[in-house]
Design a protein around this ligand. Structure first.
Ligand code: TEU
Length: 457
């Protein structure tokens, strides 16, 4: 198989299409949209997490890896979907979150009840002088440690306080995780996207970071390549089976190791360096025009570096964590069509495997949300509080969220110009972007010059 001939389409399930009017997208509706996906000509779909979850982080907080959350559907629905996709020559990739579980997961509940076997599934440490074990910061704001009075200890959570980091150094944890992988392979999935998988290997000694937020200690950690090699032994030798790792703050050297076929780790990798060109001094929660020259330099560095090192990049501008690219690097008012097409061309003709994020194929824009009650994302809501505490004015905070919030890409897919953009007959869990009247799949379908037909081409 020539890996780089494939195109992957990312489905953010919660916002794709709703079949039962509960306002939340579901598995059945993906099935309904297979003809659309076929029309586009994609090879794989990547479906974001649909496992049982309290949905504090929209499914990236898993409470049971073996169950499908009823809001998203049933096993029957999933099996029907895989079957129907297979008939249409579309392969299904699913999203695996193994850096952490929800604190509602049975393992964590047992850990908290004092069961020592399960306590060792997570990362509990004593504090230092009444303070957390280290000064590391959570990616969603605040300390990365949460105090548990009963043990007089803290547990590590690199993301939300309800997402406790797993202890990969414990062989029992790895065994449990490999079982999950086997289970889903047996259900017929043809690939995995592994969430923040380069953060799973934590250092032996936990120390304060005097230069940063702690990431240099746990990113691409000491056993990362060993664990990925071990994990990959579980993958079927099927030529169509592919994997992609989400690599946070990583280096070219590691990206090559993760994705060069000779290393037997993953098929390809996402990195985020090109998406930080509008972070003022590295801080996302600021406003800044993007630095075009820097963007080009970064692409050049990684494109040549990956080619020379035999690595494989997953190409993308957009996903469910990023603002919409046409609003970010284009002009979504004066040159909506032109800049959407230009951006599609500029990313997808590079070396690697193109990923299209739902709605990108029709040039969906940022949400346009203008009040805090419109926002849903846990990260945005946390930073709203943090920026308030830092003394910023409401209006300034809203301007930052308007440009940076992950909710920008999570508004419902714009299918047509009917109520709620054809996403649901109920009340959508998050508001529809009001540009759906002009920007939707239906109106672009019959227009040969539309963004949709450009994407297809
Ligand atoms: O994201 C990892 C991650 O760190 C970023 O994409 C993050 O959202 C951004 O840098 C914050 O500014 C993955 C998932 O894609 C995301 O949806 C989850 O919330 C996160 O992991 C935790 O599982």
């Amino acid at each position: 198989m020539d890996l780089m001939k494939n195109v992957v389409y990312q489905i953010y399930l919660k916002s794709f299409k709703d079949s039962n009017d509960n306002g939340i997208g579901d598995l059945n509706c993906i099935r309904e949209k297979i003809p659309y996906l076929k029309y586009l000509g994609i090879d794989y779909i990547w479906i974001t997490p649909f496992y049982e979850s309290p949905l504090k982080d929209n499914g990236y907080d898993i409470s049971d890896y073996y169950k499908i959350d009823k809001q998203f559907g049933t096993f029957k629905d999933f099996e029907k979907l895989v079957d129907e996709c297979e008939k249409n020559n579309i392969k299904v990739m699913i999203d695996m979150v193994f850096n952490h579980t929800s604190t509602e997961h049975e393992w964590f509940k047992k850990a908290i009840s004092g069961d020592s076997k399960y306590k060792d599934f997570y990362i509990f440490r004593k504090g230092r002088d009444g303070k957390p074990p280290t000064n590391w910061e959570s990616k969603f704001g605040g300390s990365a440690w949460e105090y548990v009075g009963k043990f007089d200890e803290y547990y590590l959570h690199l993301f939300d306080v309800t997402q406790a980091d797993l202890n990969w150094d414990n062989p029992l944890v790895r065994e449990e995780i490999y079982k999950v992988v086997d289970f889903w392979i047996n259900k017929g999935v043809k690939g995995f996207r592994f969430d923040v998988v380069n953060l799973i290997s934590k250092p032996e000694v936990f120390e304060n970071d005097l230069e940063g937020d702690g990431r240099r200690f746990y990113t691409d950690g000491p056993n990362i390549h060993k664990y990925l090699k071990e994990l990959s032994e579980r993958f079927p030798k099927d030529k169509d089976f592919i994997t992609v790792g989400e690599m946070s703050s990583t280096s070219l050297e590691n990206l090559i190791k993760y994705s060069n076929p000779e290393e037997k780790e993953l098929s390809m990798v996402f990195n985020f360096h090109h998406l930080k060109v509008d972070y003022k001094d590295g801080d996302k929660w600021t406003l800044m025009d993007f630095d075009f020259l820097k963007l080009k330099e970064i692409f050049k560095y990684f494109q040549y570096g990956m080619k020379n090192g035999g690595g494989v990049s997953a190409l993308f501008y957009s996903n469910h964590d990023q603002p919409r690219v046409v609003s970010r690097f284009g002009d979504d008012l004066n040159f909506h069509v032109e800049s959407s097409k230009m951006l599609l061309t500029s990313i997808n003709l590079m070396r690697g495997v193109p990923y299209i994020y739902q709605g990108e194929e029709i040039g969906m824009t940022n949400s346009g949300f203008s009040k805090i009650s419109d926002f849903r994302d846990v990260e945005s809501l946390n930073y709203y509080k943090i920026l308030k505490n830092n003394g910023l004015e409401e209006n300034d905070i809203i301007s930052i969220l308007k440009s940076k919030s992950r909710d920008n890409s999570r508004t419902p897919m714009q299918w047509d110009n009917s109520l709620n953009a054809g996403f649901t007959g109920g009340k959508p869990w998050i508001n529809v972007c009001d540009r759906y009247v002009d920007i939707n799949a239906e109106c672009q379908f019959n227009d040969p010059n539309s963004i949709l037909n450009y994407t297809k081409k």
